[in-house]
Design a protein around this ligand. Structure first.
Ligand SMILES: C[S@@+](CC[C@H](N)C(=O)[O-])C[C@H]1O[C@@H](n2cnc3c(N)ncnc32)[C@H](O)[C@@H]1O
Length: 405
């Protein structure tokens, strides 16, 4: 049955709302508030996880036998609050916060947010207030006038912080630069803040990334994950849930290790190398493929710092890089694509390359299911497990393991 992302999310929301109610921790969360960041904070966390499990089972009901559906599980987040490693707060029309559910241009002015620790929210809000006090105008999403677009806070498992002011191109460069510097230097005084970036997004596109202009303090944030520390930058991706990060990486590592020591493993969509470092001991050679230049540079530095000389990081589009490989080039492939999934082209290349095992981490179960269907002429699904990386929201992550037929 064809199902849209919207329908899938709605299914989760409705099922969670059928569960036990509880008092939301945050006054901005529904039903009292209208913040779109948390959709069902007023419902028990176990009911949220059960709703995600039910939606995953229903999604797979046509493809898997009943006994597999019965054992399908979603791993709960050990803590459903203060879990995020990144929050992107919008600054617009004298408001600082998140969008109202379903409304692009209506920002809920937040005075607390429980998806990140209190000190992380306080530091981000202080940046906004200081910028406003200095007369750096926030950004109007409709007219595109103004300057400060987002305050982004990245947070490590050790609760250290890297902040970014994402702005439009300044009209008066020198005056704006001086004011941004004052905001950044004051932000560095907040507990846990290691560094502050100024990023410029001069386009009309509403994204919370930008061209790095300058930074104060540290340029990167150390993310200590298990035995390794990975440096991340202001524009790099990192897994979003500090509490489930290690369980997910361990499950990926176990799925890789179960194949025995490999000659070569490909880590597709490798980011700054979080997965590569955790599976490094299980192969003679790891080939990471990643399109973001900033992530590629950091992945190389992270591998060297971890003492691994057998990790190569290729800056390329995954489909292009796979096309250049010969059949049998990789014993195992790990893939962790963006929400759009692998897509038909990458699936075609994987069928041609025929790795023994594909370990597929996904933040979009719908595209993951489509990709697995596209791979079924050469692969059978041997494990599927949900991970609630995004409590209080209708999103979930899923890990699939496929073996060659
Ligand atoms: C979901 S993240 C996974 C990152 C990494 N595996 C981790 O665990 O931190 C997806 C990554 O794929 C990269 N990416 C997106 N499209 C790509 C493409 N077509 N080719 C290569 N990399 C891509 C993004 O820059 C991002 O780093």
């Amino acid at each position: 049955m064809a199902i849209s992302n919207k329908h899938f999310r709605q299914q989760i929301i409705e099922a969670a709302r059928a569960g036990e109610t509880t008092t939301p921790r945050c006054p901005h969360a529904p039903p009292q508030g209208q913040c779109g960041g948390c959709v069902f904070q007023d419902h028990d966390y176990p009911a949220q996880v059960a709703a995600k499990r039910a939606a995953l089972c229903s999604l797979w009901s046509d493809d898997l036998p009943d006994n597999c559906i019965d054992t399908l599980d979603v791993v709960a987040s050990p803590n459903p609050f203060a879990y995020r490693t990144r929050m992107d707060f919008v600054a617009s029309k004298e408001r600082f916060g998140l969008r109202r559910g379903g409304r692009f241009n209506y920002i809920i002015d937040l005075h607390e947010c429980h998806l990140i620790p209190t000190h992380a929210f306080t530091a981000a809000r202080a940046v906004y207030e200081h910028a406003m006090a200095l007369g750096l105008p926030d950004y109007n999403l409709k007219t595109h006038a103004g300057f400060l677009r987002y305050v982004v806070v990245r947070r490590s498992p050790d609760d250290e912080l890297l902040l970014a002011l994402v702005t439009a191109a300044p009209e008066e460069e020198k005056v704006s630069a001086e004011k941004v510097e004052r905001v950044a230097l004051a932000a560095l005084e907040h507990p846990g803040v290691l560094g502050v970036h100024w990023l410029i997004n001069a386009t009309r596109t509403d994204v919370s990334f930008g061209e790095p202009v300058r930074h104060w303090g540290r340029a990167t944030l150390p993310m200590r994950v298990g035995a390794h520390t990975l440096e991340i930058g202001p524009n790099t991706f990192f897994q979003n849930n500090v509490w489930l990060l290690m369980p997910l990486l361990e499950a990926v590592r176990d799925a890789v290790a179960a194949c025995g020591h490999a000659g070569a493993i490909a880590d597709l969509y490798s980011g700054v190398g979080a997965i590569a470092l955790h599976i490094a001991r299980h192969a003679d050679r790891i080939v990471c493929i990643e399109s973001s230049g900033e992530s590629v540079r950091l992945a190389r530095e992270n591998s060297v710092r971890a003492g691994f000389e057998h990790i190569a990081v290729i800056e390329a589009d995954v489909a292009d890089a796979l096309r250049a490989q010969t059949t049998g080039a990789f014993d195992v492939v790990v893939a962790d694509p963006p929400r759009t999934g692998l897509g038909p082209e990458v699936c075609r290349e994987l069928l041609r390359l025929r790795p023994r095992r594909i370990v597929y981490v996904s933040c979009n179960p719908l595209t993951q299911r489509d990709d697995i269907r596209a791979l079924q002429s050469g692969y059978r699904l041997v494990l599927l497990q949900g991970y609630d990386m995004f409590p209080q929201t209708p999103h979930l992550e899923a890990l699939a393991v496929l073996d060659v037929i």
